[in-house]
Design a binder for this molecule. Structure first.
Ligand code: GDP
Length: 384
């Protein structure tokens, strides 16, 4: 008898809803219906994982245990305070084993062919013996629950590779929250031995700046027809790129793709390169036929060689980490102020006075700063 049942994937966050569930057809069985087991329910973290300590996770991650890696990522993504502490302990302990992977960001408008390209590149690398992790960063995922970028079924061939690990975007929370979770997930994957981390994001919002700040090499995938209006891609995104890749250079589209490449080359000529000492160029490829995949990989390898030989890889990563630390501190302060009723009361009061021309801007700022200082003194220190 056939039945459909629901399983929670290993990467689903705790308390995840049905949007994370896989619907699986149970195979035919000879068992009579009376003895058939009830369908498995979507369960939260099993009891055995609840008893696990940081060192157990660390050991599992370092041994490349995919299930424990997925669980550790779930902890990093959890918003529960007790998970936060455990996750931080794990991240702290795996730090010495991180930093060995190539970190590559990939963006492009929906339909540009990001997932097809990632699948083609991922399979190409796995065939060469690489271990590839694919992460997605979708700041809008609090609304979409990661479904735009996080859908595993989009990369079916890659999911079958034993050396590939695919993780959808963490859902929920602020951009800062998504950034922290994605960065720490990247570190966990590095510690688990993945030598190439592909971080995908949609090129329509803040995601690409976030991803640019966590990767070494940033690739912007575009469609043919650059001249029209840069296809909704803002000049700002092109300025972040270490390479532009005109995808779908196959069949009837090949000539147009080559023309688009030439147009981008012209545009790039007038832009400041994203990485000092590296000339951003445009390339073509077909993720369907595989043509050009090896060429773009060689470009990424030469970039890496240049960055390493000039010691800029290390300093870029250190700078990225410091910017991240600053952003986390700023977000904490921002929330502290915005969530404090007394400070917000003072803010409303000075706003009214400004509206009525009763107070100068400097005096208003002083009053607000004093209110903040007083409240800070009254507050106990809180974890970030
Ligand atoms: P994404 O939204 O950027 O992830 O785009 P997808 O990877 O889902 O691709 C969008 C559509 O373009 C799909 O129908 C793909 O089959 C198609 N596509 C992607 N890459 C290529 C390519 O290199 N050549 C052709 N002809 N089609 C492609």
């Amino acid at each position: 008898m056939r039945d459909e049942t629901t399983y929670m994937p290993e990467w689903a966050p705790e308390h995840a809803g049905s949007e994370f569930a896989s619907h699986v057809m149970v195979g035919l069985t000879d068992e009579p219906p009376a003895t058939k087991k009830p369908p498995a329910k979507a369960s939260p973290i099993p009891a055995k994982f609840k008893r696990m300590k940081a060192k157990d996770y660390v050991e599992g991650v370092l041994n490349g245990n995919r299930m424990l890696l997925a669980r550790a990522i779930t902890l990093v993504e959890s918003n529960a305070p007790q998970h936060f502490e455990l996750a931080q302990e794990i991240v702290q302990q795996i730090l010495p084993y991180t930093g060995n992977a190539r970190r590559i960001g990939i963006t492009g408008v929906p339909g540009a062919g990001k997932s097809t390209f990632i699948e083609a590149l991922g399979c190409y690398l796995c065939r060469q013996g690489s271990k590839v992790a694919v992460l997605a960063v979708d700041p809008s995922s609090s609304v979409t629950h990661g479904s735009i970028l996080g859908d595993k079924t989009r990369m079916e061939n890659l999911t079958r590779e034993k050396n590939a690990f695919i993780r959808p975007s963490p859902s929920g929370g602020t951009l800062g929250g998504v950034t922290r979770k994605s960065r720490e997930t990247l570190l966990l994957c590095e510690a688990a031995g993945y030598d190439t981390i592909l971080v995908e994001t949609v090129g329509v919002g803040q995601g690409e700046t976030t991803v640019r700040s966590m990767v070494d090499f940033f690739l912007v995938i575009v469609l043919t027809g650059a001249g029209d209006d840069l296809q909704g891609i803002k000049k700002g995104i092109i300025e972040l790129a270490d390479a532009i890749l005109v995808n779908k250079a196959d069949n009837d589209n090949k000539q147009r793709a080559l023309a688009t490449r030439a147009e981008y080359e012209q545009i790039l000529h007038y832009l400041r390169p994203a990485t000092e000492g590296w000339q951003t160029k445009a390339y073509t490829c077909s993720s369907l036929t595989g043509e050009g995949i090896d060429d773009i990989w060689q470009v990424i390898l030469s970039f890496e060689q240049l960055m390493k030989s000039t010691h800029r890889l290390e300093s870029r990563r250190q700078q990225q980490t410091m910017i991240w630390v600053k952003q986390m501190a700023e977000e904490y302060l921002h929330n502290l102020v915005e969530q404090n009723p007394k400070i917000m009361q003072c803010y409303t009061s000075v706003q009214d006075q400004i509206m009525q021309d009763q107070i100068s801007a400097t005096r208003a700022a002083q009053t607000l700063i004093r209110a903040i200082e007083t409240e800070l003194q009254n507050m106990k220190s809180r974890p970030v």
